[in-house]
Design a protein around this ligand. Sequence first.
Ligand SMILES: Nc1ncnc2[nH]cnc12
Ligand SMILES: [Zn+2]
Length: 343
Amino acid sequence: MLNDQMRNIVQQMPKAELHIHIEGSLEPELIFALAQRNGVSLAYASVEELRAAYAFSDLQSFLDIYYAGASVLLKEQDFYDMTMAYLVRSHADNVRHAEIFFDPQTHTARGVPFDTMINGIWRACQDGPISATLIMCFLRHLSEDDAIATLEEALPFRDKIIGVGLDSSERGHPPEKFARVFERCRQLGLRLVAHAGEEGPPAYIETALDVLNVERIDHGVRCLEDPELTARLAREQIALTVCPLSNVKLRVFGEMEEHNLVTLLEAGLVATVNSDDPAYFGGYMNDNFVAVFDALPLTVAHARQLARNSFTAAFLEPEAKRAFLAEVDQFFAGAGASPGVAI
Ligand SMILES: Nc1ncnc2[nH]cnc12
Ligand SMILES: [Zn+2]
């Protein structure tokens, strides 16, 4: 069980979030408010009915509801309001910096112009209370040609995007399907990440690294099935953006007590804790930290490592990274807890 001292530490420590789908931060209350504002009809009669539908059996069962929820986003102000709500909520969890995923194809396929979407999200990032940058994700259930067309649409907004990622239905859509578009993105100087090893096999983590040349793996928890791959991830210090509440909700692990976060950290991997789709999976950053520290034998030393990892793995300028890491070290120097203390 989590004691008060440990709860305070994980809640108050400075942290970065590196795996958040902005469309997954759309709370049922905001879905209903935007539906009313835009005259969109929903398949659910109330906020409670919608929330009750959030019982998922796997990734696909979640994605179906997640894409339906995003259908209320039509105007620039809608994207702004969604993003600002996330930034304000994360600030309360002592998130100092967020690298935010967005899924353009989910919106452009419904006729929402690319500029409407990105301008709303971007403007909120400029106005919000924390540092925030944007990673554009390609939907892997669609074709590579569709991803290439999306990249073309994004080029006028190149300065607003730090990187690209790969998300949506993993099984049957291996990273190598997107080799050409990722190579183009690399040439453009974009930072590269991909979801791999969430539901898909460890081989997808390998091809994300070797074919797509990604710098971080989103999820990646299935790497432990392959000891050689695990050793490589440790050796090359490839960060994993782990999402504990998501993993339990989508049944990657039966219960939080079965989560492999401790093993990942003990194997020397640069694991981080993130929320993925907080409105759908039962919580934001601190909810994820409290859940894992409550269920697993994690120590103050692990908390410090997770906070440090989040900034080490971030796509920040060296000076900003150093300043955030110094803030973490200062926090733990004053936390009054000795690093080896188990909770
Ligand atoms: N956990 C997840 N995996 C793949 N695609 C996603 N899109 C939003 N959340 C996702
Ligand atoms: Zn994700």
